[in-house]
Design a binder for this molecule. Structure first.
Ligand code: CA
Length: 230
């Protein structure tokens, strides 16, 4: 029995059900998604040991899903399912962050063997949201404890400031709009204005930047938003 958490992304109900049953029987804890957008949300929001990802999906395709997951720093092994006709897919898929691929139709025994091989190659410690500590400049962030230290001194961050910093770290190097931050860090329900984002960014800079007037970590991208360069 394998006792691994597996996310199965497949939009074809029959195949989803058949695979789900078989994988559960093999000891996997199987959750399913039948849509590319749902797949991204689930893959990035919870820890998984392995992801099976179909290429042709409603919402967004498997390539886009794999790329987005990897961009968010998540290293969970991905096994892609491609159709026989999609000749170039394997190369593209591997390039975008898939670890292996299997061409449909396939034998379940083959799928199981591939999964086991990928799991053996993966680090044994919990994958998924694997980022536990992150350092930049004099700052060390303990993501699990929600603690931020500067030169060994504990900084006093509000919950929202910490969530904002965590989001920046998880998307380091990417330009992030104020709207995205509002949506992802504050959520739809709160309905604050983009000014709220600016104010929190200013507070974070006060606490984290050696010189808050000349930020080197949380950069302003004029007309677009912010970029974390830590
Ligand atoms: Ca499909």
């Amino acid at each position: 029995m394998s006792d691994k958490r597996l996310l199965l992304v497949e939009d074809e109900p029959g195949l989803q059900l058949a695979l789900s049953d078989r994988l559960s029987a093999e000891g996997y804890t199987v959750e399913t998604a039948g849509d590319g957008n749902v797949a991204v949300t689930r893959a990035t929001g919870e820890p998984w040991d392995i992801i099976i990802l179909d290429v042709m999906l409603p919402g967004r395709d498997g390539f886009d899903v794999a790329k987005t997951i990897r961009q968010q720093g998540i290293q969970t092994p991905i096994l892609m399912l491609t159709a026989r006709t999609q000749v170039f897919d394997r190369v593209v898929g591997l390039k975008l962050g898939a670890d292996d691929y299997l061409t449909k139709p396939f034998e379940t025994i083959e799928l199981l063997a591939r999964l086991e091989a990928l799991l053996r190659r993966a680090p044994s410690s919990s994958p998924g949201l694997s980022l536990e500590r992150y350092s930049f400049g004099d700052i060390t962030v303990d993501v699990r404890k929600a603690e931020v230290m500067s030169k060994g001194r504990l900084l006093d961050l509000s919950a929202k400031e910490f969530q904002l910093l965590k989001y920046f770290i998880e998307h380091r190097g990417a330009t992030i709009s104020r709207d995205e931050l509002l949506q992802e860090v504050w959520g739809y329900s709160a309905m604050p204005s983009t000014r709220t984002v600016d104010v929190h960014v200013a507070w974070l800079r006060q606490k984290l930047e050696p010189n808050p007037r000349l930020p080197q970590f949380i950069l302003t991208v004029h007309g677009l938003g912010y970029k974390f360069a830590g």
